[in-house]
Design a binder for this molecule. Structure first.
Ligand code: FES
Ligand code: FE2
Length: 452
């Protein structure tokens, strides 16, 4: 269907002046006009994460989310097909479904009672004899996102008809995603409830931080000190960043289309229990670990690794991160307000390790997943809020992202085009800012569809 509104038809901004190789202008974080273009051209103009298949496991299950600012219903219809419906009644536009999740074959509009199947088709209106025209006209069916694809259970969608197939768009970032999924029994995971954190700052401040190894030892100092106090003499994950992090085997890799990952796995001892050994202390953990070892004997250490947080941060532009055992999603609310949602994950019984072990690992996993959102993310969002304040200094226009640039041999381009840099460099940010700019300069072929 042809759209009348195309917000980025005219080149309103000088994008190359706003972002160059080493710096970004404060306006990209503060300007409501730029934010509106991002909501059209980036969120939904490129593949955007919208949910996990396990959240709508059965036919007719649904969740409600946002695609940029657009409210949507992510639903598995009666035939098992995953759809992303605009959560908007076609009559006068009211929000159709006001629940966070559930199961429904139909959605009835609360305003005047129009009734839609979960395929988006209008099934009935009250007192239809009051309409002269044919109410079976497809224009009355709910608008939906025309392209919805999953990769390893992660559902992405886009309105851009010219976007590459999802797997090609993801490209080399699929390798760490595969590792992240495959380490679990049967390569399966289910998404649990979330820690929901709101901050008063632009959404990009979170994405700019997603691969940042430069801030850790300063911003998370209280957490690092607490870990050192609770487990004296033991090196936990965050302690990588003490002393000289750039001399360690960990690294960051930019893989294209704004995607990157920071891989701390090369630092780990490759042995059963090697991952678990990095897990910082949480209340009650010692006692539970001792019980676990008694219960599972020789198998305990490798089973405990399934509760341990994977030391890799995998970021898919613009709104998706895998870190530890979490899925983190960035939800823009306004130019200066964002939700950072940390979904927990649990393993699934596939018959290989036994239902008891699955239950016990998930209990421990729940505790480990409480740790960072409560003790670490709060440091990060405090930074985001303070940056947003600092950017109100109108005459001091630039932020710099040039760490690691211009030093011969430091940032390396691999034969496949991916880019590697030490973990404290800002190469990832320079690269995703190029993708940001490319998307804002483009006029994407945005469409919606309606079921016929
Ligand atoms: S707005 Fe939905 S039925 Fe009127
Ligand atoms: Fe951080």
């Amino acid at each position: 269907m042809t759209l009348i509104e195309r917000p980025n038809r005219a080149p309103l901004y000088d994008w190359d002046a706003l972002v160059d190789e080493e710096r970004a202008h404060r306006l990209i974080y503060t300007d409501p006009g730029i934010f509106q273009l991002e909501m059209a051209n980036i969120f939904g103009g490129t593949w955007t994460y919208i949910g996990h298949e396990s959240e709508i496991a059965k036919p007719n299950d649904f969740i409600t989310r946002k695609l940029g600012l657009r409210p949507v219903i992510v639903v598995r219809d009666g035939d098992g097909k995953i759809r992303v419906l605009f959560n908007r009644c076609t009559h006068r536009g009211t929000t159709l479904c006001r629940l966070e999740k559930g199961s429904a074959r139909h959605f009835q509009c609360p305003y005047h009672g129009w009734n839609f199947a979960n395929t988006g088709q209008l099934r009935g209106v009250p007192w239809p004899d009051g309409y002269a025209g044919d109410m079976r006209d497809t224009k009355y069916n709910v608008a939906q996102v025309p392209r919805v694809e999953s990769y390893r259970g992660f559902i992405f969608c886009t309105l851009n008809m010219d976007a590459l197939p999802l797997v090609d768009h993801l490209g080399p970032i699929t390798a760490p995603i595969d590792d992240w999924v495959n380490r679990n029994p049967g390569g399966k995971l289910e998404v649990c409830e979330a820690n929901r954190i709101k901050y008063k700052g632009n959404w990009k401040l979170a994405y700019d931080n997603s691969c940042d190894g430069y801030h850790v030892i300063y911003s998370h100092r209280s957490l690092v000190e607490m870990e050192a106090r609770l487990t004296p003499g033991q090196a936990k994950g965050m302690s990588y960043y003490k002393n000289s992090p750039d001399s360690l085997a960990m690294y960051m890799r930019y893989t294209g289309h704004g995607n990157h990952f920071k891989d701390k796995r090369p630092n780990i001892e490759n042995r059963p229990g090697g991952l678990w050994a990095l897990e910082p202390a949480t209340p009650g953990q010692e006692h539970y670990e001792a019980q676990f070892k008694e219960r599972y004997g020789d198998r305990a250490l490798s089973l405990l690794d399934l509760a341990g947080s994977v030391p890799v941060n995998i970021n898919v532009f613009p709104n998706f991160s895998l870190l530890g055992n979490h899925i983190q999603v960035f939800e823009p609310v306004s130019v200066g307000e964002t939700n950072a949602v940390w979904y927990g994950t649990r393993i699934v019984d596939d018959g290989t390790i036994g239902a008891d072990a699955v239950r016990d690992i998930n209990a421990l996993r729940m505790r480990t997943q409480e740790q960072f959102p409560n003790f670490g993310e709060v440091d990060d969002v405090a930074n985001f809020e303070q940056i947003q304040r600092g950017l109100d200094c109108i005459e001091d226009e630039w932020v710099y992202m040039n760490r690691g640039a211009g030093i011969p041999g430091r940032v390396k381009t691999n034969p496949d085009g991916t880019i590697d840099a030490p973990s404290t460099d800002e190469a990832f940010m320079r690269e995703h800012c190029k993708e940001w700019k490319r998307l804002l300069k483009a006029t994407p072929n945005m469409q919606v569809k309606r079921e016929v």
